[in-house]
Design a protein. Structure first.
Length: 323
């Protein structure tokens, strides 16, 4: 019981003056801490009976308990004792990045599930407040929004704001693409111009809207779900895609830089599905499907010791060598 007494003493010393609901919340956390100690104490008693070396085992167990419980307890103490304005600055603006060549899955505070494609940045609040649930996206993400008809979920990109209340959709808005593509799986979303605030399109399920902010125009197509959201399941799908578009996806998927030796290459289209293929295997398939050759150039070592990017140079095959 000594461990529980010490934790209670520290808890009482640092606990701020709060309302009833907050006290209930803190007590639940403290109860979990006590519950974990009780569970490990029972384990210690069992080892004492079975092995006859109680002191060493109890010390080991309690050390592990302290290591596991100290970080969250300290985090809670810091949170509860920060002034509100400092709390907002330090905790309420969170940012998560899926680097090139990787994907991430996370759950937001309201229960919304999000998958981030490679080279994507998502900014979101630790706790949603007010009359909207707003996040900011640069890159590509798939959302399964927790339903709340009174508080809409808003995804802001550089050029488009996507509004939903509870639905599943994909948004692709990479800075280098110059287009914003939204695919609605189920439910309903409304697209608004980011700069004007004007409604662009109220989408229906199985629709894909590609918006060109430079011309303020959009195209509505029947969504190819297999192609548009397959990335979240680890698949890279192309269906008669221009090779320039393929190159952009390869850059992010494999963390490389792509260069073409001529504009003529960009007239080719490509159809394929990649899952666990290495970059070399993917390029070999590309060379079989289209009359292109490729060269991989190792990247120079970086000053910080991180892995250097390879450069992929894509050119036309030598016709004479294939006659």
């Amino acid at each position: 019981m000594a461990g529980k007494a010490v934790i209670r003493e520290v808890w009482d010393e640092f606990e701020p003056e709060v309302g009833l609901q907050e006290k209930i919340r803190y007590q639940r956390v403290l109860d979990k801490v006590h519950g974990q100690i009780n569970a490990d104490q029972s384990t210690a008693d069992k080892f004492r009976k079975e092995k006859g070396r109680p002191k060493k085992r109890i010390l080991t167990i309690m050390t592990r308990v302290a290591a596991a419980l100290l970080p969250p307890v300290l985090a809670l103490l810091v949170y509860t004792n920060l002034p509100k304005e400092r709390y907002a600055d330090n905790f309420n603006d969170l940012e998560v990045t899926a680097p090139a060549g990787s994907r991430l899955h996370l759950e937001l505070g309201d229960g919304t599930k999000v998958w981030l494609n490679n080279s994507t940045v998502l900014k979101y609040p630790y706790r949603f407040t007010g009359d909207t649930r707003k996040v900011t996206l640069s890159g590509e993400a798939y959302f399964e929004v927790a339903h709340n008809s009174k508080i809409p979920f808003m995804v802001e990109t550089d050029h488009v704001t996507v509004k939903a209340t509870g639905t599943s959709f994909n948004v692709s808005s990479y800075p280098g693409d110059h287009l914003v593509e939204t695919t609605l799986i189920e439910g309903k979303v409304i697209l608004f111009g980011r700069s004007t605030g004007n409604e662009i399109k109220a989408m229906l399920p199985d629709e894909c809207v590609t918006f060109d902010p430079a011309n303020n125009k959009y195209i509505v197509e029947k969504a190819n779900t297999e192609k548009n959201i397959a990335w979240k399941d680890g698949l890279l799908v192309f269906r008669r895609d221009p090779i320039a578009r393929v190159a952009l996806k390869l850059e992010r998927w494999y963390n490389i830089d792509v260069e073409f030796t001529s504009e003529e290459i960009k007239r080719f289209t490509y159809t394929a599905t990649f899952s666990t293929e290495t970059l070399s295997q993917a390029l070999e398939l590309m060379a079989l499907a289209t009359p292109v050759s490729y060269t991989l150039i190792p990247g120079e070592k970086t000053a910080d010791g991180s892995s250097p990017k390879q450069k992929l140079v894509i050119g036309l095959k030598n016709k004479k060598s294939h006659q």
